[in-house]
Design a protein around this ligand. Sequence first.
Ligand SMILES: Cc1ncc(COP(=O)(O)O)c(C=O)c1O
Length: 390
Amino acid sequence: MPSPHADPRVCWRMPGMARPNVFEVDLGAIAHNVGEIRRVVGADVRLLAAVKANGYGFGLLPVCRTLQDAGVDMVAVADPADALVLGGGGVSLPVLIYGGGLVDAEFVGMVEEHGFFATVTDPEVADAYARFAAKQVKVFVEIDVGGERFGITDAGAPALLRRIHESPKLRLAGVYTHMFVPRAADVAGAAIRVQLARFGAAVRAARNARVEIPVAVAASTPVVLRAGNAGFNGIDVGRVIYGNLRSDTEFERHGMRIREAFAGLRSRLIHCRSLRADRGESVPFSARPGARIGIAPIGYSDGIESLHCGAALVRGRRVPVAGGANLEHLRLDISDVPDAQAGDEVVFIGRQGDAEITVTDVLIARGFDQPTRLSVAVGDSVPRVYRGGS
Ligand SMILES: Cc1ncc(COP(=O)(O)O)c(C=O)c1O
């Protein structure tokens, strides 16, 4: 096979560094954000941290260890498999498993054995836990006050809470709700107020019927940003912990200064070439004849189609993405950076010299409404590189 160096259009390849992609995560920002939230809601409010979807994409164990050191009280997962890896990964925080899974004997046995907190969303689920529990399962009840996903209705909640209170197999640890908050600022406040009122009424009705509810949790990120703990003794937040907020409005709200954990998405050029003038009809993207193309080893299997703004930084210059991604590769038009060569850093999100591509740039270019769409899009194939954490 001829050496690639025999071809004058090819600069050189990087043996052993075929896929030098990194997702930079600032765990220091996560610890800082927990501190800000804690300062605003106070020491007595129980802080539940949502770490579903691999810690919102940032990496379950490093995120949970950071949260533990930063003083959260509990982590909450959707996938029971996530709950099972935490203990072995040095995380001793209590774990809540959100609702929505199928509750069979095996699942209840696992929850009981590991001392996880389970979620009850309706009387049938409560009965399943009571039927399969050997001794006792600790449960939270999810109350649906508007989101129409999981949870007992606020009208039905007091009776369900009473039923759990009376079951020797179930121990009521608390109640939570996950509200739907519309994005538009003019309607968000009213939507929160009406849902908080429903939640408060259900909690009061149960307590009036002498059901003890140790923790009541109504606030996830959009509520905390507007109303802190909203008058209840727990909060259950994800996005604000990671700084997955919209930069136009949300980073300085309710006395908090929140920082982004998404610190960068970087790769390197592995190959550069000039387009052959006679191949126009077979080139899979539009580019000037003679344009110089650089290849980054990051493709749609790595999530790149959701993660670039149509450009990247090379040698401090913005260069356009040329055409669509391949499974593991992306082309950049580096014609305006004639000295670019294989090995050069490529920044899709982050700073390079004086230039920067922000998370917001990518959100706008992709038409996404919130940054979690980016952090969860980074494929498992892209190594997470952590800084500033525990
Ligand atoms: C039940 C529940 N609580 C809390 C959260 C955290 O929400 P946010 O990321 O908006 O704070 C989620 C996230 O989807 C959730 O499903």
